[in-house]
Every structure is written in C-alpha cells, then in structure tokens.
Design a binder for this molecule. Structure first.
Ligand SMILES: [Fe+2]
Length: 284
C-alpha cells in the first residue's frame, strides 16, 4: 500500500511567534454594541513563515504526493494558550482557535484523506486537549475528510502502525540529540515487545521540542521503527532561547513521509533553517 503522511506540529496559533494566515478574521466588541471584525497584523517572521515555509511546503507536498493518499498528523500545540501572556495576538480562547483553524484549513490543498490532531501541552492548549478538540470540531466542516483529535493515538493504516503523541525524547545537548532520540525510540520499541508482546509501531511521531530529528532504529533481530521529531511553526522567544541555551539557528516546517509497499521508503523534511542572530558589523 502506497501513501504519505504529512506531519506538522507546534503551530502555536494566537502567539505572535506562531503560524497565522494573513486572511485571519477575528471578531470583538465594536462601537454602539455592534461586533467589530479585524485582521491581526503579522510580524515579519510570521509573514516569512507563512509564505516561504508553510505555503512553499504545501506546494512541495502537492508535487511530491502526486495524487497518492495523504494523511495529515498535527503533533500538538495548535494554540499558545493564555498561561504565558507575552507576545499574544489575543488571550481570548476563541481568537486563538480561529487563528489555528484558518491556518490549518490551508492544508485542505493537499487533499488529505484523514486528519489527526494530537493534544499538546496543557498550558498551551487551555488544558486537556481543549484547543485540539475545538480545532478538530471546526475543521470537520472545512476539510473534505474525517478529522479526529486524540491525546495519544496508535493508527493502523493498511497494516502500517503509527504511534502519535506530543511529548517525545528530551531535547538533549547538541551532539547527543541523535542518541537521546534513538534511545527513546529503542525503549518504546522494547516496551512494546516485552510488555505488550507485539511488534512495535513502524513510525513514532512526536512534537513538543520545536526541533527536527529523524532516526531509523533497527534492533538486533532486524525489527525497524522510524522516529520523526517534527519541527515547529514558531519562532524563538526568550523562553526558547533559555531552554536551548542560545542555539543560533531555528528550523521551521513540515515533514513528508513516503510509505510504499507498507514500508517507509523516504522521509523529506520540508523545512527551512535560518540564522536567528542579529548581525552587527562594527567598524572601528
Ligand atoms: Fe510547542
């Protein structure tokens, strides 16, 4: 069976660092008790992310999938939530949901056959997967396919097993990130074999770290799983600079997985990586 998985994650709708469409329309109170609609202003980074990363990625995905079935998996944090109030477009839950729905509706262009949303971190999604559940409900009227939200899912797509969750391996330190990711996948594969007495999933999809990582893990007896740590559609803020210990670059985008004959045959990062430092030329 041949198909594709298009993986997106951590879009953080409602934050000025997150993914937002220039066609977003929000409603608030206007004069004389009348509702007032407005389009929030985008930051230059949001414009770049929308045009050069997201729409570019969608175009690439349309070409590369060439009419084969596409399953979209959003690995969580569709909104930013209102626990952390810095840089919010709006702290109103309905506005954040509207921003997320408008942005993700663009994925209808890849003509998905199924659409899954994994619950993100509680503080970013108004607790207990509320944002993903709400966005899924709204997208049901937009996408030409079934849309489901889940805290933690195991998909069986024509015999190909895909384990989908938001939280995955720890971020690790630079040169250890691959080891951290591989050890995480190995532990989960062995848990599946020894605790649940069955073959591990073919693919593990995770978000949360706002970083891209792909690892193919083969156990001694030839059992193989693929771990995809999906990058974000979110720029760097002060918090991210602190937890990454000032990584000078950021990768944004999606990941397209090719599955042919029930096997993962290719993993394409539809991503862009940029230097995020402000460059100063000092002449003395
Ligand atoms: Fe996130």
């Amino acid at each position: 069976m041949d198909f594709h998985i298009l993986n997106i994650s951590d879009t953080h709708g409602g934050n000025r660092h997150g993914l937002m469409s220039p066609d977003t329309v929000l409603t608030t109170e206007g004069a004389e008790g009348k509702p007032f609609t407005f389009t929030p202003e985008m930051t230059p980074y949001q414009e770049w992310m929308w045009q050069d990363v997201y729409l570019w990625g969608i175009e690439q995905a349309i070409k590369m999938t060439a009419g084969r079935p596409v399953i979209v998996i959003h690995a969580g944090d569709v909104t930013h939530g209102n626990r952390f109030t810095e840089s919010l477009v709006s702290s109103r839950m309905s506005h954040q949901i509207a921003i997320a729905v408008r942005a993700l509706a663009e994925l209808n262009r890849v003509k998905p056959v199924r659409f899954f949303l994994v619950h993100g971190t509680d503080v970013h999604v108004f607790g207990e997967g509320t944002a993903e559940e709400e966005v899924a409900e709204r997208l049901r009227g937009v996408m030409g396919c079934e849309v489901a939200a889940t805290p933690f899912g195991l998909l069986d797509i024509g015999g190909v097993k895909v384990d989908i969750a938001h939280h995955g391996p720890g971020p690790g330190v630079g040169w250890l990130q691959g080891n951290t990711a591989r050890n995480y996948a190995k532990q989960h594969m062995m848990d599946e074999i020894f605790k649940l007495h069955r073959l591990p999933p073919d693919i593990y999809i995770r978000g949360h770290n706002h970083a891209y990582r792909y690892e193919r893990v083969e156990l001694d007896d030839g059992i193989v799983s693929h771990l995809i740590l999906c990058p974000s559609f979110c720029s760097m803020n002060g918090y991210a600079r602190a937890v990454t210990r000032s990584i000078p670059w950021i990768t944004n985008g999606m990941v397209l997985i090719d599955i042919q004959g029930g096997m993962v045959t290719d993993v394409h990062p539809l991503t862009k990586t940029i230097d995020i430092r402000e460059h100063f030329k000092v002449t003395i």
